[in-house]
Ligand binder design. Structure first.
Ligand SMILES: [Zn+2]
Length: 127
């Protein structure tokens, strides 16, 4: 699954974008609305969104809960030799990498593919 963390909550990708600013939208925290746009800082109804372009493949980093336990413990990230988060051009590329490193395909569901464009504090790879 790809998505983002806001505070400690996981927001899975919705495949919808904001009609106004074209940014990906996330599930709303307000039950009256379907989605929220972080760029516009607004909750949105479904008709205020459009479908995401099917070949959209945001850059992701890979994380999982330390020890696989989700109770208030930290996330650990897949790092490169310099201890920076490895950035992949989309979830498929990240999954291929994990499989090539010997991760079992059934373990991929415990991995979080975090979309870096919408996350503060994570460096892009400078492109
Ligand atoms: Zn927006």
């Amino acid at each position: 699954m790809s998505g983002i963390f806001i505070e400690r909550d996981w927001y899975e990708s919705t495949n919808r974008i904001c009609r106004r600013c074209r940014s990906p939208v996330w599930k709303s925290d307000n039950p009256k609305y379907s989605f929220q746009c972080l760029e516009c800082d607004e909750d949105l109804f479904e008709f205020e969104t459009d479908e995401q372009c099917p070949d959209y493949s945001p850059k992701v980093i890979i994380a999982r809960y330390v020890g696989g336990i989700t109770l208030n413990v930290g996330l650990e990230y897949v790092l490169d030799d310099d201890k920076n988060e490895l950035v992949f051009n989309g979830q498929p590329e990240a999954e291929t990498f994990l499989l090539s490193m010997g991760v079992a395909s059934e373990d991929l569901e415990f991995m979080y593919f975090i979309e870096t464009e919408h996350m503060e504090g994570v460096e892009d790879d400078g492109e």
